[in-house]
Design a protein around this ligand. Sequence first.
Ligand SMILES: *[C@@H]1O[C@H](CO)[C@@H](O)[C@H](O)[C@H]1NC(C)=O
Ligand SMILES: *[C@@H]1O[C@H](CO)[C@@H](O)[C@H](O)[C@H]1NC(C)=O
Ligand SMILES: *[C@@H]1O[C@H](CO)[C@@H](O)[C@H](O)[C@H]1NC(C)=O
Ligand SMILES: *[C@@H]1O[C@H](CO)[C@@H](O)[C@H](O)[C@H]1NC(C)=O
Ligand SMILES: *[C@@H]1O[C@H](CO)[C@@H](O)[C@H](O)[C@H]1NC(C)=O
Ligand SMILES: *[C@@H]1O[C@H](CO)[C@@H](O)[C@H](O)[C@H]1NC(C)=O
Ligand SMILES: *[C@@H]1O[C@H](CO)[C@@H](O)[C@H](O)[C@H]1NC(C)=O
Length: 721
Amino acid sequence: MKLWIVLILIIGGVQCDGFSDQVFKTLNIGEGNACYRTFNKTHEFGCQATKDNENGLIVRIDKHEDFKNLDSCWRSFYPSYSGKFWAMVPVDLIRRDSISMLKSSDCLAGIVLYNSNQSMHPDEKTTAASHDGDCPNAASDYYFQNDTEAYCERKFNSRGSITPDGLMRMDWRVQMIFINNSTDLDVIKRCYSMFNTPREDGSTGYPYCGMSFRMTNMAAGNSEICYRRGKNDAKLFQMNIDSGDAPQLCGAMHSDNIFAFPTPIPTTPFNDTHHSSKYMMVASRMDSFGMIPEVSVGEVSVLTSIISVLAAARSMGDNIEKWKKASNVSNRNIFFSFFNGESLDYIGSGTTAYQMGKGMFPQSLREDRAHIHPVLLEELEYVLEVQQVGVAEGRKYYVHIDGDRYDQDRTPTDKIMDKIERGLRSHGFDLEKPSGSQRKVPPSSWHSFAKADSKVKAVLIAPFKEEYDYKRINSILDKNQWTSDEKEKAVQEIEAVATSILAASAEYVGLETDDVVAKVDKKLVTTLFECLITSNFWFDCDFMQKLDGGRYHKLFDSYGFNEKSTYISMETHTAFPTVLHWLTIFALGSDKETLNVKSEKSCSHLGQFQAMYTYTWQPSPYTGSFSCLKSAIVKKVMVSPAVDPSTPEEEMNTRYSTWMESVYIIENVNLYLMEDSSFEYTMLIISVISALLSMIAVIRCSEATFIVDEGEPAAEGGEPL
Ligand SMILES: *[C@@H]1O[C@H](CO)[C@@H](O)[C@H](O)[C@H]1NC(C)=O
Ligand SMILES: *[C@@H]1O[C@H](CO)[C@@H](O)[C@H](O)[C@H]1NC(C)=O
Ligand SMILES: *[C@@H]1O[C@H](CO)[C@@H](O)[C@H](O)[C@H]1NC(C)=O
Ligand SMILES: *[C@@H]1O[C@H](CO)[C@@H](O)[C@H](O)[C@H]1NC(C)=O
Ligand SMILES: *[C@@H]1O[C@H](CO)[C@@H](O)[C@H](O)[C@H]1NC(C)=O
Ligand SMILES: *[C@@H]1O[C@H](CO)[C@@H](O)[C@H](O)[C@H]1NC(C)=O
Ligand SMILES: *[C@@H]1O[C@H](CO)[C@@H](O)[C@H](O)[C@H]1NC(C)=O
């Protein structure tokens, strides 16, 4: 074997390049495709490079039986090797029965995750693959904080969760990367099969194919430690939120939230804050996550529900005069909230509730100019949320409410539930109303408002009763192969739910629900399904390309912006908030009053001294032609008050989310040949020979490329602060 490699090196010395192209390789791992550190107030989670988990021999775990090799550390295959291993594991093998083996193994350096060719369908029931815990957002649950329930009493996700606490809350010893580039994946597989697969007689021998990778986090400990540093250096932190370029060790997870007001909120000239309106908020979440945070699209966790809300908003926009009239008479308004960071202890809704309590929502009061009358907590009567649309078992939906609040005044909620039922029935779906024990609200944005105000009521529409049926909520595997039947069923559900949102909203504002008011554009639902769910990227379909009109690439060109992801991080680097913002403007914006505006410049001038309205130069997704759209839509960054240096110290409590993320450095993956130590001398000689043959060869294939350098200084973990 040794002779063989020497031979290749000598022959290949001249063309070292060609040789290294085949096997010895440096692979670029994109930002967000490796596991890194996250924190809550008290704990750290995720992965970190140490001197023990950087280098390893590549092995494969292709089926469940292969996990048993973790116990024996593959000793029978590689008897003379005593180092660590990098295991290639398809994502769908990360399951309940394998996770503890991966977690406790003594011989793993890391895990290389990749998508298996096994496709999953939305009704796939056998694989528990949710990376969330048994009780999503258990610590920030209203009932738990209000002492009416024990921690994690109702286990909504226990059928789906891989671990009770969730993979996002695991502190790993190993490192992890996710590879989705088939070229890169093939290189690793080839390197494995050339050097590490046992021969026919079961034996193996040096050289082996090894891999090294380092993900170094700048921060350690927990978010309170990091927060204090941020607080001491608030200016630095602020600078970073704005520009992303000041040096920093960690940051609060934050991102854009979108709020849309179809009907005008009263504008008051100065800082007058008398109560004037009542509101129903129609809410849906924007974010999902997985063990490697940024490779989850959140099809059912996020996208299907968002499509139903967008479809409802578009109908409302089409009939806006009727809605305005009804709101003006009843003094009740509907507004839409797309919250971000909800899956991480309600970052978006928690911050919104905080701002409402302070009279700062949707914008801070300004003395110098007219401002929108703030929406106050006591004006918020209902939070209507939709979740997990598209995966109903049969044709049945459920509505969830809080029994105590419902009992205070049943009639209005009964009427709303009746309208929801009629909306669903008109599309052939049944609604089961809450009864008995089932009168507590599942994890949802309402919990944030419930904690802040004792009156605000919940109406949650979802296809589950006491436990989620879909087993891949908040998972890398929340990504489905939709057959045309499954797609049609999902589209019907989205349409039915959109209809019931409209019916409930109409009931609330006192508008007669008729065929026009509650009519949902099914074609739009189908198109959005194709564009947001079936397509590989947000802008892969004609509708979205027209809506983009060349704006997207002007804004973003970094790697993160070219992946479909709904994860929220410390830096706003996914395209999704922008995509959703544009779709909301499409749904609710109007160019009726601005038909004579013919340029981007004059359009943006219109908005200058406006409190309520924004004017956006945006193309129609149907025709592609630009116009100036007037809308009352706010895209607002929400930083949890618990970790926002500009809020008072005492807000650092458990009411608000404390999730933070470490700043990290990703190095490239290197594939190299491992030799036993006696070989190093041979290699030196080879290097000299190679040098004589070709200077370039020495530079490109220097000794270090091939040999594990055991004596390298220990790579320490992130310094505790
Ligand atoms: C942080 O996470 C740990 C582990 O899940 C949990 O025990 C703890 O209560 C969490 N702390 C907060 C403040 O949420
Ligand atoms: C998936 O790949 C394995 C080998 O890598 C192959 O045996 C199997 O047939 C493939 N399955 C599908 C559905 O393509
Ligand atoms: C919990 O909520 C109920 C109903 O709103 C309220 O009566 C009770 O005082 C709350 N308990 C605590 C401990 O906050
Ligand atoms: C991986 O790549 C395939 C095809 O290039 C794409 O369909 C898929 O969405 C990607 N998966 C992730 C998680 O990025
Ligand atoms: C995979 O990565 C290589 C570079 O390593 C790049 O040239 C290629 O375009 C990538 N393929 C895909 C499908 O992204
Ligand atoms: C705004 O309110 C503050 C106190 O609430 C008052 O002192 C101030 O004069 C008010 N400003 C205007 C312009 O009315
Ligand atoms: C509301 O109705 C009143 C009359 O009933 C009218 O004067 C007012 O302009 C209306 N407001 C809006 C915003 O339409």
